[in-house]
Design a protein around this ligand. Sequence first.
Ligand code: 13P
Length: 252
Amino acid sequence: MSEPTFFIITRGETKLMKPLIVANWKANKTISEATSWVEKTKAPLGSLEKIQVVVCGSFVTLPLLNNLFSGTSVKVGAQTVSHLGQGAFTGEVTAEMLQGLVEYCIVGHSERKKYFAETDQMIVKKVEFLLEKKIIPVLCTANQEQLESYLKESLAIREKAEEIIFVYEPPSAISGGGDYHPETPEAADQVCKSIKEKIGREVVTIYGGSVNPENIKSFLSMPEIHGALPGQASLEEETFVRLVSVASEAVI
Ligand code: 13P
């Protein structure tokens, strides 16, 4: 097992970043289901010291998650944000509205591209709005070309790279039906390495795509993978607690 990796993220003050497990619930969980999930996981998740857990629920569950996890080490995240500012944009949720409610926000997920026609230009605007509001973007990139496109579209991505969590998440590795091919830890590690090389500095890189309690250790044992973004494995309480416990054991 590799040494635990801690990174420094500048956010007003300097703080240490523990390896991250970011749960992406996607379009799952009603308010009552979310409440029950927190009731079952709060104690075991709150007692883990070596891992930073972030739970990304739908917008409607965020006030509840924020409230129920307050006073614990578990952080709350959103799954997307508007690429537009405040104004006549029916249905949108701005970074300003999320401020105080979440510390993290997933951006650029391939499902947003696939089903909601998000472009790289929209994604970088989202990142810029989040950075402005001091919310940590959890920026998904499907491949190296997409990262290059982000870097081309926005100076902020390179300049403020230490304030961003970069996720390598190949769409073909995402579970949930269809013909998917889980990535190997070695291949994922190589891509995380090249993300850092393209940015030219040390940044936080994590992996997403079919992560589960059985394989989390093998991903975290890679030198360039500092966490994971599980989808399916975050839905069921026992599975997620097991995943995070295994991850915690992997960080010596
Ligand atoms: P799965 O863990 O279900 O493959 O989903 C990954 C994902 O899309 C997380 O953002």
